[in-house]
Design a protein around this ligand. Structure first.
Ligand code: OSB
Ligand code: MG
Length: 368
């Protein structure tokens, strides 16, 4: 496709329930969507940068700026045969992976439609259904968290992940394990601990967790490797793995035994596939992370999760857990056994509800 214009849109979408991590609470998502226009079908992508630079250094205003100033101009007027060609065109700009991913993924999205194949097949996927878990934020009380877990288990979700931080960890894990001794349970610290917490983190072993996600610094492998040696529980890295090279370094060092793959965090589908392949080569299971995506990013996560080494339930869950109404049709739905069925339709398999996108848009800019 020849890229003739690129539309940037910010949507304001209130979450059904606030989401709290060790770095703060979110009530409303500022959803940043990209549309590529050209001589073929439109391609859609989502930039998952947060409202604030707390998960990583990227944030929505910065992503909007780098896309308008540098990344979109690098694509405008170019003719692409595939989404795979995008990283090379954006390579001169360092980092800004979430911004790059939004553009690259939109190109894959268009490519799948143009070729008349499902996006998941284009990515090299093979699963006809994917396994789903949920990520449950920090709540106002333990009772509220237990109630949420009960609801999600009743809905069929195969794995529960809770957010932890100092002061919201062992007490609540103890209560969960007392009530549900056998569920697949994990926790995510989003870098809330330090080496001074080593003994404390060791005490998590008694909860038989599937994994502890990113307990230490967001850019660290070395101390995670040291910590991993002290623990029975598997560590999983999220924030720290930004590329296939990172994955290789982390796995060689023994910094984790499980890998969380987020397509935005690593800079797009090409790099996400490469990270997947590295983990597979090391015999390490991967799972697909989430960033509270709207239907656009969510449908892309569903497609990515069909690759063979996504062997653990992901944080890819039903649209209705986040949104009163999602901007795709159908919405992402999860079966009573905690799975999402994969569509055979060409492209992402979920139509964009343009009327709703229009109604939720608070800022729009088209570059050509
Ligand atoms: O660390 O996985 C994370 C949400 C925002 C930022 C970071 C993370 C998360 C989640 C939510 O855990 C996953 C989801 O349900 O989309
Ligand atoms: Mg995480």
């Amino acid at each position: 496709m020849r890229i003739e214009a690129i539309t940037l849109r910010e949507l304001k979408m209130p979450l059904v329930h606030f989401f709290e991590t060790s770095f703060g609470r979110t009530y409303t998502r500022r959803i940043f969507l990209i549309t590529l226009h050209g001589d073929g079908p439109e391609g859609w992508g989502e930039c998952v940068a947060g409202e604030n630079p707390y998960f990583s250094e990227e944030y929505i205003e910065g992503a909007w700026d780098i896309i308008t100033r540098y990344l979109a101009p690098a694509l405008l007027g170019k003719t692409l045969r595939s989404g795979r060609e995008v990283p090379r065109l954006l390579a001169q700009v360092r980092e800004h992976r979430m911004a790059k991913a939004a553009l690259e993924n939109a190109a894959w999205d268009a490519e799948a439609l143009e070729k008349g194949v499902p996006l998941w097949k284009l990515l090299g996927g093979e699963r006809r259904e994917i396994a789903c878990g949920v990520s449950i934020g920090i709540q106002d009380s333990h009772a509220q968290l237990l109630e949420k877990i009960e609801t999600e288990l009743a809905a069929g979700y195969q794995r529960i992940k809770i957010k932890v931080k100092p002061g919201w960890d062992v007490d609540v894990l103890e209560k969960i394990r007392t009530r549900w001794p056998d569920i697949l349970l994990s926790c995510d610290a989003n870098s809330a601990y330090t080496l001074a917490d080593e003994q404390h983190l060791k005490s998590f072993d008694r909860f038989k967790l599937l994994m502890i996600e990113q307990p230490l610094w967001s850019n660290d492998f070395y101390f995670h490797a040291r910590l991993q040696k002290q623990l029975q529980t598997a560590l999983c890295l999220d924030e720290a793995i930004r590329s296939a090279r990172d994955a290789e370094a982390a796995l060689e060092l023994g910094a984790c035994r499980i890998v969380n793959i987020k397509v935005g965090r690593v800079g797009g589908f090409s790099e996400a596939i490469a990270v997947h392949d590295v983990a597979q080569r090391f015999g390490v299971p991967a799972w697909c992370g989430g960033m509270l995506e709207s239907g656009v990013g969510r449908s892309h996560n569903v497609a990515l999760s069909t690759l063979a080494n996504f062997r653990l339930p992901g944080d890819v869950s039903a649209s209705k857990r986040y949104w009163k109404e999602d901007i795709i049709e159908p919405e992402v739905e999860v079966s009573s056994t905690g799975t999402i069925a994969i569509s055979d339709q060409p492209g992402r398999g979920y139509e964009i509800r343009k009327d709703l996108v229009e109604a939720l848009t608070v800022r729009e800019e088209t570059l050509s």
